[in-house]
Structures are given as structure tokens and as C-alpha cells.
Design a binder for this molecule. Structure first.
Ligand code: NAP
Length: 286
């Protein structure tokens, strides 16, 4: 079997076009353009690239760029003050603190300065709690992007065996909850799981977010399964994921590439969350 490749770039383009139309409709309804405040602390080159792309694509979707850059040696109180200022600014619909922040800062405490209704990364305890309870809220962008990819390829979730590898607050945990919310039977594997490959072989839908290059090979994949690779690693020959693409492609039914799979979806869902937040704040929500 040779897997069908999931085209994350194409689905992300569709989502961004939908968001751009949504922004136009918001303006036509008498609203104001959503403002996205990306907050970058320091000069980490990878974070700079991520933030630049988020800013560029938000402007392309008709949003207002409210970016802020703080020096790498900023103290906690100053960073907190900036987030409080953004939280009170009516022109700011969404706030994204680019992670990781420099080690001397308490990033958890900084995230908690972001009001839940502007938390477009879906990382505050309130939004995490709403997700855990299955109630509406802003969802973390990467797992939300995976759900959108699964839907775009009509992957059956109700009653499916889903395995998520990884349990971070950013990806694994919300991913498992979103799949559960769609009635999949969900198992989470992590670094203490005794036999990760055996657990993964149960999966009709396997989402891998372990942060270990090439962790998952063909021996961990049920024939015909849908395999979503969230991992991103910069290798000698470019970007690679947590899944050994070439060998898994021989077994899986559907598979995301790296790059061009989950990565583009993360920014697209950030824009979707920012539009949702703006509409709700302006009383023009769905
Ligand atoms: P993380 O915080 O490091 O979490 C990794 C998770 O994987 C942990 O729960 C860990 O288990 C588990 N794990 C580690 N080694 C394992 C092993 N050998 N077997 C099974 N589970 C293992 O990472 P993250 O933030 O969730 O990100 C995961 C990956 O996704 C990274 O490569 C990251 O770069 C990528 N990522 C991509 C996007 C995107 O837009 N495509 C967005 C976010 C993240 P324990 O909890 O037991 O330690």
C-alpha cells in the first residue's frame, strides 16, 4: 500500500481564504478588522521566523498587525505590564505570546495575563478547562489544525481507535480531548508507555507529537491507518518529523508530510481563532 498524502498547504490555504472572507463580512456588518498582537521576547531565529509568518499571513487575511517585540533580558514585571496593556486595548482581538520565552521568565504566569477571550493560542487554564469539559472556547491551534485536516480528508472519527503519542499541554492533551469530543476511542502514549509501537498499532488514527525525530516506523502502524505527524525537526537534509515517512507511507492509508502537513495548519487556525475572538468581542459572533 502507498499512502495518500495529506496536503496541509492546500487545506491551510482554504482556511486562510475562509478567514479573509470572514473578515470582509465582519467589516460589512459594521465591525472593525481583527487585531493580532504577536509578542516576541528576545531574538531566537526560529521564533522570529514563526512570528514573521504569523504577522504576514494575518495582514494578508485583512487583520491589523499589533506586533510587540521585547528585548531578551526583559524582566517579568515589564513583560507582564505589556500583556496587561494589550489585554486592555480594544484594537487587540487576539494575543499570542511566542513560546518558548527566555528561561529567566515564568511563561506560565505570562500566559495567564492573557484574557481567555483573547487567548488565540488556547493555552490559558480557562480555555483548557472549557476544552476538557467539552464546552465552546478557543482551541490550541496545532490540534485544531489536525482536526481540520482529518475532516478535510473525511476521516471517520466516531468509534475509531485513535492513539495520540505525547501529552503536552500544547499538543498531546488537547489533541486527545478534541478526538474524544468527536467520539473516537482515545489512547494517549507518552515517555513512560511500555510498548509505544504496540499501542500505536491499534490506531485507525495515529497522531504523533513526541518531539523525537523518526520515533514511529512502519512496525507501529496498522495497515490503512491515518497517520498525522506533528513533529518538526531541522535535520541535515531539511525538516523531518517524528514519523519515518518513507517506510510508513508503505503501510498507512493517509499520511501527512513534513514539511507541508500540520505546520501550515497551525498558523491558519491561529487566524481562524483571531477572527472568532474579534467577532465575539464585537458582539457579531456566530
Ligand atoms: P513536548 O512538550 O516536548 O512533549 C513531548 C511529549 O512526547 C511528552 O508528553 C513526552 O512524554 C512524549 N514523549 C517523549 N518521548 C517519547 C517517547 N520516546 N515515546 C512516547 N512519547 C514520548 O513537545 P510538544 O510541544 O508537544 O511538541 C511535540 C513535537 O511537535 C515537537 O517536535 C514540536 O516541534 C512539534 N510541534 C509542531 C507544531 C506544528 O505547528 N507543526 C506545533 C507544536 C509542536 P512525557 O510527558 O512522559 O515526557
Amino acid at each position: 500500500m502507498t499512502a495518500r498524502v495529506i496536503d496541509g498547504k492546500a487545506v491551510a490555504r482554504e482556511v486562510r481564504a475562509e478567514v479573509a472572507r470572514g473578515v470582509e463580512q465582519l467589516l460589512a456588518a459594521g465591525g472593525t478588522a481583527p487585531g493580532l498582537a504577536t509578542v516576541l521576547v528576545g531574538d531566537d531565529p526560529a521564533s522570529e521566523v514563526y512570528v514573521r509568518n504569523k504577522r504576514r499571513l494575518s495582514v494578508e487575511a485583512g487583520m491589523v498587525d499589533q506586533h510587540r517585540h521585547l528585548p531578551g533580558d526583559v524582566d517579568q514585571a515589564t513583560a507582564q505590564d505589556l500583556l496587561d496593556e494589550l489585554a486592555a486595548d480594544p484594537a487587540v482581538s487576539g494575543i499570542l505570546l511566542q513560546l518558548p520565552t527566555p528561561k529567566h521568565l515564568d511563561s506560565d504566569a505570562l500566559v495567564l495575563r492573557i484574557p481567555a477571550e483573547r487567548d488565540v493560542d488556547g493555552l490559558t487554564t480557562l480555555n483548557a478547562g472549557l476544552l476538557a469539559q467539552g464546552r465552546p472556547g478557543l482551541r490550541p491551534c496545532t490540534p485544531a489544525g489536525v482536526m481540520r485536516l482529518l475532516d478535510a480528508y473525511d476521516v471517520e472519527l466516531a468509534g475509531a481507535e485513535a492513539v495520540v503519542v505525547g501529552r503536552s499541554a500544547l499538543v498531546g492533551k488537547p489533541m486527545a480531548q478534541l478526538l474524544l469530543g468527536r467520539n473516537a476511542t482515545v489512547t494517549t502514549a507518552h515517555s513512560r508507555t511500555k510498548d509505544v509501537a504496540e499501542v500505536c498499532r491499534r490506531a485507525d488514527v495515529l497522531v504523533v507529537a513526541a518531539g523525537i525525530p523518526g520515533l514511529i516506523g512502519a512496525d507501529a502502524v496498522k495497515p490503512g491507518a491515518t497517520v498525522i505527524d506533528v513533529g518538526i525537526h531541522r535535520g541535515e537534509d531539511g525538516l523531518v518529523g517524528d514519523v519515518r515517512y518513507d517506510e510508513v507511507a508503505e503501510v498507512a492509508g493517509l499520511l501527512t508530510p513534513v514539511p507541508g502537513g500540520v505546520g501550515p495548519m497551525t498558523i491558519a487556525m491561529l487566524l481562524a481563532n483571531t477572527l472568532t475572538a474579534a467577532k465575539a468581542q464585537q458582539g457579531l459572533g456566530d
